[in-house]
Design a protein around this ligand. Structure first.
Ligand SMILES: *[C@@H]1O[C@H](CO)[C@@H](O)[C@H](O)[C@H]1NC(C)=O
Ligand SMILES: *[C@@H]1O[C@H](CO)[C@@H](O)[C@H](O)[C@H]1NC(C)=O
Length: 619
């Protein structure tokens, strides 16, 4: 990847990290911004064209190249035995191995059950013993490796009231995954795809039906329910838990079932699905998962390493690339934006325009106060090195490890850590995020796990020049402010209309942007593009408020490197960001015509550019 240099010394790397640029960073950033803009286009009428010339957004930066240097750099280093660095190095070397294991190897290592293997591994001449196949047990086996989005998901969370760990089951179907399409892209034989397509479709349908049903105001019984009671509904989850956790579970064990009717429907559906079809479906999902967690992306192991041994990789990055000073600077800069956004949310919770019960508001306030920010997904307080060393303590590679066994070992290890809070509840230590989806878009961005209290921001986002300590605050605010706000709203579960029975975003909508009102049904029937647009505008306004509020801690000084006003810069930054691109491509793009300029729905925007009123009609 990185040219012909086989191995870069670490001192060279350190220099790279701390190279000081003596020129004013603002000039650089401003120049780049202007290069991307089209000054002939008129922002009021053609905002996208004016902020992004030819509507061609560049790739957004990642620090994967730096991780590549880092991993290449440790390849030949000598580390203390059993240190996390040694384990990381070992795993990297295994990943680099030229000879890839055949996918079949993984299926041999992870059978469907104790005495049943995958249909295609059945020796010639004998028949696959389909009567021994239990779909729920097979799913449990896959869950041990972190696969948690096939049909339903199971996770361990903290109960908000008691603080105790609780096992939660909920429906899962990731529509973004476009599973069948991807399978065809990776060359799944058409006959196999044909065999499992109806099942995939049926699962999607069930998911959607259940969503409609719930939005219609229905709620399934038995939110908290014992394993024994669940059996009265035809739902058998004891064996599943026993396989995942490798220990017995009492029938009185209480779990939380978010979507009981869906899970009941699943059991019913499965009685009609031939075992062979189900096994093939699972094989395809497993194959897909392994491909994305292990296979090289563009010939490199970097993404795989950053995903599967995330904490070790991140610590190495922190120690060797960032350094203490840069980390501190990131913490201060991102933290300032984080606090400002939290404050904007607080202001509107306090205002409580939906007139919600005081107790509900106070729960939300508490939750909001409990949120913390982690740079690079490493938990902070007790020291990153200590956390990472402990996290990988039990991960041991044998001398004769093959790449398939090593990979499964790492996946299993991180899943065990994820689920261990059931038996050793220590939620205060859980200030990190474990990605269960191998190809998560949030991986190099920001993320929060459902029901958790840590929002993390990937190094990638902060690698931008804008986070140079000397650069103007206005450059830092978007897109980070937008991301933080979205994650905060998500952590409060405010996008969940079903839960609150009203559209909670209304509370944050100072400009009457949301057209569906506070009714969940009209929200559900709204086109996705529309609701996304409205969410973006609501959040963008909050970020604008945070920056320009009267008691703002951000610089209001008119920069000497441009004649543009700060608010103009604010919106151009947005237009050039990935959010601008998404808003354009998913909501405002018009086939064969000029894009809609939905920003004119924001009074902030209209004021910034002195737009005249007619655009208001776009509403
Ligand atoms: C905006 O950019 C696109 C892509 O280059 C171009 O087709 C379109 O004509 C431009 N519109 C205006 C009004 O400049
Ligand atoms: C602009 O301001 C910065 C400090 O804020 C200063 O270092 C720089 O010399 C100024 N540039 C010009 C052209 O006045």
């Amino acid at each position: 990847m990185m040219g012909s240099r086989p191995f870069l010394s670490l001192s060279w790397l350190l220099l790279l990290g701390s190279a000081v640029c003596s020129t004013n960073p603002n000039l650089e950033i401003m120049k780049r911004m202007l290069d991307d803009m089209d000054e002939k286009a008129e922002p009021c009428h053609n905002f996208y064209n004016s902020s992004q010339k030819n509507l061609q957004w560049k790739e957004f930066a990642t620090v994967s190249d730096q991780f590549q240097l880092l991993f290449d750099g440790i390849e030949n280093e000598v580390f203390e035995k059993d240190s996390f660095e040694e384990k990381l190095q070992r795993f990297y070397k295994i990943c680099l191995t030229k000879k890839r294991p055949s996918q079949l190897k993984f299926f041999e290592l992870v059978p469907l059950g104790e005495d049943i293997t995958w249909p295609f591994l059945t020796p010639a001449g004998s028949e696959w013993p389909k009567e021994k196949f239990k779909w729920i047990e097979a799913l449990a086996r896959l869950r041990r490796y972190g696969i948690n989005d096939v049909m339903f998901g199971m996770s361990v969370r903290q109960d908000a009231d008691s603080g105790q760990a609780i096992v939660v089951f909920e429906k899962k179907f990731d529509f973004l995954l476009r599973f069948m399409e991807s399978l065809q892209n990776i060359g799944l034989p058409p006959n196999l795809a044909k065999e499992i397509a109806p099942l995939d479709k049926a699962l999607q349908e069930m998911y959607k039906l259940d969503m409609n049903w719930e939005y219609n105001g229905n709620t399934a019984p038995g939110h908290r329910i014992s394993l024994r009671e669940l059996e009265n509904y035809g739902v058998y989850l004891t064996k599943y838990l026993e396989i995942v956790f490798r220990r017995p579970f009492s029938p009185d064990f209480v779990v939380q079932v978010e979507n009981l009717y869906y899970i009941m429907g699943l059991y019913e559906l499965m009685t009609a699905v031939p075992s062979q079809v189900m096994a093939t479906y699972l094989a395809a999902r497993f194959n897909f998962y392994i491909m994305f967690t292990f296979m090289k992306h563009g010939g490199s192991c970097v993404t795989s390493m950053r995903h599967t041994m995330e904490f070790a990789s991140n610590l190495l990055f922190e120690e060797r690339i960032l350094g203490r000073r840069k980390l501190r600077s990131y913490q201060n800069q991102a933290g300032k934006i984080f606090d400002a956004m939290r404050k904007q949310i607080h202001i509107r919770l306090e205002r409580n325009s939906l007139e919600l019960p005081a107790a509900m508001i106070s729960t939300l306030q508490q939750k909001l106060n409990g949120l913390s920010l982690s740079i690079g997904n490493l938990p902070g307080k007790a020291g990153h090195r200590r956390f990472v060393t402990r996290f990988y303590k039990d991960l041991e590679f044998a001398d004769d490890e093959t790449s398939a066994t090593a990979h499964l070992k790492v996946l299993e290890h991180r899943t065990r850590a994820e689920l261990s809070i059931l038996d050793q509840p220590n939620f205060r230590d859980r200030r990190y995020v474990i990605h269960s989806l191998p190809i998560s878009n949030h991986f190099f961005e920001t993320a929060i796990e459902e029901n958790e209290n840590t929002i993390y921001v990937a190094y990638d986002l902060l690698a931008d020049d804008a986070f140079d300590t000397d650069s103007h605050d206005i450059f830092k605010m978007t897109p980070l402010g937008i991301r933080f706000t979205m994650e905060m709203l998500k952590s409060l579960d405010l996008y969940n209309c079903k839960r609150y029975k009203v559209n909670m975003l209304e509370m944050f909508d100072d400009n009457q942007i949301i057209t569906a009102g506070d009714n969940c049904l009209s929200l559900l029937s709204q086109e996705n593009a529309n609701s996304q647009r409205e969410q973006y505008l609501v959040v963008l306004h909050l970020v604008h408020e945070a920056y320009f509020a009267e008691d703002s801690k951000f610089s209001q000084r008119q920069p000497n490197f441009t004649t543009m006003s700060l608010t103009e810069l604010f919106f151009f930054r947005f237009g050039q960001s990935s959010f601008g691109e998404t808003l354009y491509s998913t909501s405002d793009f018009v086939e064969g015509g000029q894009p809609t300029n939905s920003l004119t729905r924001l009074p902030d925007f209209v004021r910034a550019f002195n737009c005249l009123a007619p655009e208001q009609e776009l509403k």
